[in-house]
Design a protein around this ligand. Sequence first.
Ligand SMILES: [Zn+2]
Length: 281
Amino acid sequence: MNSNVLKNEDITEKIIAFNLCQSYHANITKTSLYDCTRGYWNVSLENAQQCEYAFSIYKSTIKEVYKIEKWLPSEEIRRETFPNEQNESGKYGFEGKIAKKEIRDRYLEKSVENICKKGFRFKYLPIHDKNNDEVIEETKKIEKEVEPLNIDEESKKAIVNVRVNQGKFRDLLLKRYNNKCCLCDVKNKNFLIASHIKPWAKSKSKEKADIDNGFLLCPNHDRLFDKGYITFEDDGTIIISGKLEKDDMISLNVDSKMHIEQLTKGNKEYLKFHRKKVFDS
Ligand SMILES: [Zn+2]
């Protein structure tokens, strides 16, 4: 895929993107571009105030990036390049300045064609993932329940596993991996386990809920992965611990030709941790 086309996950700041339509032209001055980007817009002040940056978009391409300083009602905004305009009440505009170089360089001239529909007026980015919110909510609930229990860590982990495997995290993994173990052909949902790559106990809340931090595994493969007998290279190739006996490898259905397909960028980050801290070479 063209690296000039932004994906939702490429956007790490809270942004409001404005589509300039006919107000943009090739010889537009800096001031005029700023003026037509900053307003007036029919935004909700509450939502707009959560954004750190604004994009000027023309034909799906980011033409400028501004750091937003404050939002004002249109009546209080004076745009140099629109001196005699009629104020439209109920609308808002922002004051700000061109974003610092490192932010600007990351976005300038990139395309938003995959995240903003043609003809949009303005859009909040990154696009909100409702699924992820649900998983985070559920994660917090599980933590609250397990935390005060006066039992050993191993038992806590067992409870967490049961709860995670009844929830949304597992549903999302079932969907991502087509109801099948990432390593073998086990397809019976009763045996498929949502396995955390970076262990639950070591993960921050956001990581606990991050679907990239999970594989869908059958009981054998889950146990081997969880106990550090197997891990994976960044290209998905299996690495098998020297501590696993040949006979057990056969009985537990592990062999060096196995691999996980299509690891995401996030998977690779969590696997770094797994290789270093969980895998027992
Ligand atoms: Zn399996």
